[in-house]
Design a binder for this molecule. Structure first.
Ligand code: GAL
Length: 423
């Protein structure tokens, strides 16, 4: 199976690894880091491996603490029990407002030494670095910027159905019908709460716009949560069920992506970690698969920044942890990891010429929406609200989506309660 990593970059990273390995050969492999993450799909595992190899090339050990489960809910549960027993890993994929929650517990260690030496404040946009700091000090390091509001499609299936990539929700429903008539599953989906929420937030963005998204899913404004616009978003979201197949319950997101890859399904609404799966399958963007902003959300960008937060550790483990933090923001990791992961680099100063057209579009849209006010944090991916609020919203969204008889008005009322209960 061929990989999509451009040869020059591949050579560069190999060369980097060899030089670093030679330099560190003299040191015995002493210190190690244990890193918790949930990057277990084909594309994700390839990406995570980049960091492992870079650490090992510098002479550090890597203990993989991978907990399967898209969206990371299970990983977070496991992390909490490890932390409660006083034995947290050196680093963990913790994102958004949750970084503050862990910081408040006094469990995270400062990365200021590394950040100062490497000039992180100058490298990172404030929208990114602010999230990484607790009490004014870096406690986490960003690995990437994912965009959540994407639509992926198999061009052969679209051709067979005689449709183009949909740009509005109406076009999506019409294309879906044509795809079904041509004998394929219109929309690949996995019936898991976080995937339901991922699709829901893109629909809400399309029907209500970024201002409404911000009010409802970020500020948790009660009026917005219980409004007519919310009812409309919920109803439209539920109509999407008609485009999904009957076996979706419990299906993992990457299995849904493979249905698009194999040509069983036409499209998938999913963040750009899905691109990691297309890439791992040796496919080329724009030829073998298509990407576009989720229908009706061209003017918006739902961001999801993966980051590694560092727990308070000492001695050699801290030395290894600091090396990990430094490597994560270096160009080699940022380029190689993000090519495999489907995201764009967290630092905006890198040469993007090796990246495919979806990543180029992601970067352009990130910058454009940041200026025009369409850049919003993903609720479904832990960027917008605290974990307990997010969990309560997930419950409402998923129960409504799976209920035969719950009215959208009732679901909207429950949305208000979800936000209140969590205050
Ligand atoms: C997101 C995470 C991504 C990807 C995805 C599927 O929450 O930010 O890195 O792993 O879940 O598991």
């Amino acid at each position: 199976m061929r990989t999509n990593m451009p040869t020059s970059l591949f050579r560069k990273s190999l060369l980097g690894l060899t030089v670093a390995a030679a330099m560190s050969a003299a040191h015995a492999q002493t210190a190690e880091v244990e890193v918790l993450h949930w990057w277990t799909s084909g594309g994700e595992a390839r990406a995570a491996n980049v960091l492992k190899e870079l650490m090992e090339a510098e002479g550090y050990g890597w203990e993989d603490f991978a907990v399967a489960g898209g969206g990371g809910e299970t990983a977070m549960t496991v992390l909490k029990s490890r932390a409660m027993s006083g034995n947290p890993p050196s680093a963990a994929q913790i994102k958004g407002p949750e970084i503050q929650e862990w910081g408040e517990l006094g469990l995270l260690g400062s990365l200021e030494e590394v950040a100062m030496a490497e000039g992180w404040d100058d490298l990172l946009p404030a929208v990114v670095s602010d999230v990484m700091k607790h009490d004014g000090e870096y406690v986490a390091v960003p690995v990437n910027v994912h965009r959540v509001n994407w639509l992926w499609a198999n061009p052969e299936v679209l051709d067979e159905a005689g449709v183009e990539m949909p740009t509005t929700l109406d076009e999506l429903f019409a294309a879906g019908e044509a795809i079904r008539e041509a004998g394929y599953i219109p929309l690949a989906h996995g019936g898991q709460a976080w995937q339901d929420a991922t699709v829901f937030e893109s629909v809400l963005l399309a029907t209500g716009g970024t201002e409404f998204y911000q009010q409802a899913l970020v500020e948790l404004d009660e009026e917005a949560l219980g409004s007519e616009q919310m009812v409309e978003a919920l109803e439209t979201f539920k109509r999407l069920r008609e485009l999904m197949d009957e076996d979706m319950s419990g299906r993992d997101w990457n299995i849904a992506t493979s249905m698009v890859i194999n040509g069983d399904a036409g499209m998938q609404l999913m963040g750009d970690w899905a691109k990691g799966e297309f890439t791992a399958a040796g496919l080329t963007a724009g030829e073998d698969y298509l990407c576009a902003a989720a229908p009706g959300t061209q003017e918006a960008f739902t961001f999801n920044i993966d980051s590694l937060a560092m727990f308070r550790v000492e001695g050699e483990e801290q030395e290894a942890q600091h090396a990990l933090a430094r490597l994560v923001l270096e160009p080699t990791f940022q380029e190689t990891f993000n090519l495999a992961k489907g995201s764009i680099p967290a630092r905006p100063d890198l040469d993007m010429s090796e990246f495919d057209q979806c990543a180029q579009q992601s970067l352009e849209d990130f910058q454009r929406t940041a200026e025009a006010g369409g850049l919003v944090p993903s609720m479904a991916h832990g960027m917008a609200v605290r974990a307990d609020v997010q969990g309560a919203i997930f419950d409402v969204v998923t129960n409504y989506f799976n209920s035969r008889d719950m009215a959208a008005e009732e679901a909207a009322r429950r949305m208000v309660n979800a936000a209140q209960a969590a205050l």
